[in-house]
Design a protein around this ligand. Structure first.
Ligand SMILES: [Zn+2]
Length: 322
């Protein structure tokens, strides 16, 4: 770390790479964004090196949030990143190129860390982060420390099973919460129902907007109009999230659940309240467990990645709390 404690956080996504210079107080001083290159891991390394140079400063450690399971800085699989077909040692390659220590974590875990350090999870000791996007991501903070388990696979909330033999998930298994609450699966459910003759404004709105996919804004608009199919599919998503959150609470005795991602940004605390209400009947031990909406928006990734870098540099977890 530099004297001021400024570090660089990198959020590597399927479509863009966001890089920010972040202070010890979690304030973003400078940011830079580039499209994720399609040429595979080596092209991504080049793009990150350039983007880190572009935000300037003299950072010590660098933190990166990347999709997929991460083990010891190796990105094991990244189906959302074009050209990544086998495990790639991202932390080692970036450390070589940047000539400074680089720590890589799973993007959902890193986003959770960002919300815990500087957003809606501040002050929590047992927190679950839930990220509603194309899929459903998750991350955990347990007893005041980020937790990713024995093999780096901890916090995979999206693949908690809520219905044995249920709907097909993007992971190839059945009945995962993502199979009901991930946008890709929700869209699939809508397309299937529409093809069976159930009318819906969702596909019309998406078409009007010239979008091939049903995005979060389209969901929000259809729900606002009281579209029956959209309302039903979202209801099933809320039920699945409730069962999974309730089960997670029974297992881990969480005090806070932070819900983020595109759909949450559109629907706000109302969605979090519905998830809380759906989860309550599953909980064995009552408690003051808050379900709240993420606060940092797009910045949770870079702020969390910076917090990861700071932790790797030896800062105490308290330093996260800002
Ligand atoms: Zn799954």
């Amino acid at each position: 770390m530099t004297a001021t404690g400024t570090v660089v956080g990198v959020d590597l996504g399927g479509t863009k790479i966001a890089v920010a210079l972040v202070t010890a107080g979690h304030e973003v001083l400078a940011r830079h964004r580039v499209p994720t290159p399609a040429g595979g891991p080596h092209a991504v390394v080049d793009a990150i090196v350039e983007a880190v140079a572009a935000v300037g400063g003299a950072p010590g450690h660098v933190g990166v949030g990347a999709p997929g399971p991460i083990m010891d800085g190796v990105v094991m699989t990244a189906p959302n990143l074009p050209g990544w077909r086998e495990p790639f040692p991202l932390a080692d390659r970036l450390t070589d190129r940047l000539e400074r220590p680089v720590t890589v974590g799973n993007d959902a875990n890193v986003g959770t860390l960002g919300e815990w350090a500087a957003g809606a999870g501040r002050g929590s000791r047992f927190m679950l982060g839930v990220w509603l996007g194309t899929g459903v991501g998750g991350g955990l903070v347990l007893d005041g420390r980020p937790y990713d388990g024995a093999f780096g696979g901890g916090g995979e909330f999206g693949h908690v099973c809520v219905r044995q033999g249920g709907a097909l998930c993007g992971c190839g298994r059945r009945g995962c919460v993502e199979a009901y609450a991930g946008r890709a699966c929700m869209e699939q459910a809508v397309a299937t129902a529409a093809s069976q003759g159930h009318p819906t404004a969702l596909l019309d709105i998406a078409r009007e907007k010239g979008q091939g996919r049903v995005k979060s804004g389209t969901w929000a608009k259809a729900l606002e109009q009281g579209d029956e199919l959209a309302t039903r599919v979202l209801g099933e998503a809320v039920d699945a999230l409730g069962a999974a959150v309730g089960s997670a609470v029974n297992l881990l005795d969480l005090d806070r659940i932070v819900v983020g991602g595109g759909l949450t940004e559109k629907l706000g605390q109302d969605l979090a309240d519905r998830v809380a209400a759906a989860a309550r009947p599953y909980m064995l031990v009552p408690g003051d467990r808050r379900v709240v909406v993420a606060e940092l928006g797009d910045d949770s990734g870079v702020v969390g990645a910076a917090a990861l870098a700071r932790a790797a540099a030896g800062a105490s977890p308290a330093a996260f709390e800002g």
